[in-house]
Design a protein around this ligand. Structure first.
Ligand SMILES: [Zn+2]
Length: 155
């Protein structure tokens, strides 16, 4: 038995062996086996076999650098999931926030600049801000965005 272990260790030296991706592939293999107990498809069985062969090819591969690269992709995905940043790239959000705040500031500036000639009202349906000429009285306004009619009193 010890002799076998020694031989196996010698055989495995310089080969990829077990890594996280290998474990994941074996887990997926086991899940597929269980699924196939219910599906019982010959085509699916072949895919499961090919999947297992692929896992073993990675296991016995001598291109360790290449296999480590594959495993690094998986580890990167796992770490992103753990930190909750998988879909949210922090840089993207920062840029978005900035431009939104800027747009708002610009909007309030035009509202302030035109406060004597225009009135700004929010559409009750879509909340869009609508610019109206400052004409006293009660008016019916049609929102250009959602075509909703609503009444506006301008004093
Ligand atoms: Zn509207």
């Amino acid at each position: 038995m010890n002799n076998f272990r020694y031989r196996f260790a010698q055989f495995m030296s310089g080969r990829n062996g077990t890594d996280e991706l290998y474990i994941l592939m074996i887990v997926i293999y086991s899940v597929m086996l269980v699924v196939n107990l219910f599906v019982r498809s010959r085509f699916f069985s072949i895919i499961i076999w090919l999947w297992l062969i692929l896992a073993f090819c990675r296991f016995f591969s001598k291109n360790v650098a290449g296999r480590q690269k594959e495993n690094a992709v998986l580890l990167n995905i796992i770490s992103r999931f753990r930190s909750g940043k998988f879909r949210k790239d922090p840089n993207v959000i920062k840029i978005k926030k900035k431009s939104k705040a800027k747009k708002k500031a610009e909007k309030y500036k035009t509202m302030y600049d035109q406060r004597k000639t225009h009135v700004f009202k929010n559409c009750p349906n879509c909340k869009a801000t609508i610019r109206l000429p400052k004409v006293k009285g009660e008016h019916t306004v049609c929102c250009p965005k959602c075509n909703t009619d609503f009444k506006v009193k301008i004093r």
